[in-house]
Write a protein that binds this ligand. Structure first.
Ligand code: ACO
Length: 378
């Protein structure tokens, strides 16, 4: 058996062969199925991009309409799921609520007909359609309100914002939200996608796959960073405080949230697009002084850490965009999950097509032949 060097965090070790997305971390390029992210952000919609990722090609007009129609008609959640969510503590994190609710879907759709394209499509549609409803329902129920029913006359993103805020969103806001979902839908072999593929490789159901990926996305080193960015900007409070804050972080060797990436050694192309979207929102709906703080942070971090390839990642500006939309901070990561579910499902489908269960090895560095010591002698 070939002996490989142990790489913490599996850095540089391919975990799968995939044709879903591609990153060039030196040039700052991200492509979905070969199409540049900038082009999709300008011309596509979230549902069209989801279709592209999952089925490998851009849909025809007819295919897109059929997919949109199916998603539209699967947005409602069962009252039992809603009642289960009502029992969750209001103080619980919405990511935990989402993970539990996604897993609970598996109780209702327990058939695992993994070789049947109709089962795969049905699961894809159900998950993409219901995850936003579950996120919005938990948000309203934790405030003591009844959840709002989805509205059939609204598109995917507009409907989510409607269910969340109980009012129809401005069309620019809905479009910007949709672009944010496009930017967050997929990103090669990141931690949550790896988690999804490992779970998928056991041939369990897609609800367990998504629940496992949601759990992984929630951590502050992954999707949870966007929440921490906003808390950090608020804590810094003014442009003058930026430099001392960063110098203090560096001295304490603590990570500056929203900066750095395992793959990108230049500014994340998604951060560049999100920054422009934030500017559009500020222009129409009023300025956020945290943006000045963010820009100064970018300048100072580049000066101090640019040599190490540390630049803003996707999470740095997404929080500012979501906050301007009136979205509570602890929903930023669930929104990331609303987008990323389509990426996870694309990987689920790809994993099933050529499956082998994940079973890596380890480098054992413990003892051998240790005698059992009776309890009274320890
Ligand atoms: N602030 C300060 N220094 C940093 C940062 C940062 N945000 N990120 C990396 N570095 C430094 C490290 O201290 C290390 O320096 P050293 O070589 O002198 O010890 C070097 O850069 C390499 O850092 P690692 O932690 O080894 O890089 P890794 O690839 O393991 O981690 C990660 C990548 C987790 C994203 C890291 O950059 C980080 O923790 N960033 C902050 C959290 C964050 O924004 N996460 C969101 C990532 S995007 C996403 O998941 C959607």
């Amino acid at each position: 058996m070939m002996v490989c060097e142990y790489k913490p965090g599996l850095e540089g070790i391919p975990a799968a062969q995939s044709s879903i997305s591609y990153v060039d971390g030196q040039k700052g390029i991200l492509e979905y199925r070969g199409i540049r992210i900038e082009e999709l952000a300008e011309k596509s919609t979230f549902l069209e991009t989801a279709y592209l990722l999952i089925w490998g090609e851009l849909p025809s007009q007819q295919e897109l309409e059929a997919f949109e129609h199916e998603v539209l008609h699967h947005r409602r959640i069962k009252y039992r799921i809603r009642d289960m969510m009502k029992c969750f503590p209001e103080s619980g994190h919405p990511m935990d609520a989402l993970q539990a609710s996604a897993a609970a879907l598996g109780l209702f759709y327990s058939l695992r007909d993994l070789h049947n394209p109709a089962y795969i499509r049905d699961s894809v549609v159900r998950l993409i359609a219901t995850i936003p409803t579950m996120v919005a329902a938990f948000q309203l129920m934790r405030k003591g309100n009844d959840p709002v029913r989805p509205r059939d006359d609204l598109g995917y993103s507009a409907n989510f914002l409607y269910m969340l805020n109980e009012q129809e969103p401005d069309p620019l806001m809905a479009r910007i939200f949709d672009i944010c979902l496009i930017l967050q839908v997929e990103h090669t072999m990141n931690a949550s996608t790896f988690s999804a593929r490992v779970t998928a490789s056991t041939l369990t159901d897609p609800y367990a796959v998504v629940a496992s990926a949601v759990g992984t996305l929630g951590g502050p080193l992954h999707g949870g960073a966007n929440e921490e960015v906003i808390q950090m900007l608020d804590k810094i409070g003014s442009v003058e405080n930026v430099r001392p804050y960063i110098e203090d972080c560096l001295q304490r060797k603590s990570k500056i949230m929203g900066f750095g990436h395992r793959v990108y050694k230049v500014k994340d192309p998604r951060a560049t697009i999100l920054q422009k979207l934030a500017e559009q929102l500020f222009e129409k709906f009023g300025y956020d002084k945290s943006y000045d703080i963010a820009q100064e942070m970018e300048r100072v971090v580049e000066e101090k850490l640019g040599g190490k390839g540390i630049y803003p990642n996707v999470d740095f500006y997404s929080g500012l965009v979501y906050r301007k939309m009136g979205i509570p901070t602890d929903l930023f990561t669930p929104i990331f999950a609303i987008a990323r579910v389509a990426g996870w499902l694309a990987h689920w489908k790809e994993q099933l097509a050529e499956n082998r269960i994940f079973r890596p090895t380890q480098v054992y560095n413990g003892y051998h032949e240790v005698p059992y010591l009776p309890i009274d002698q320890r």
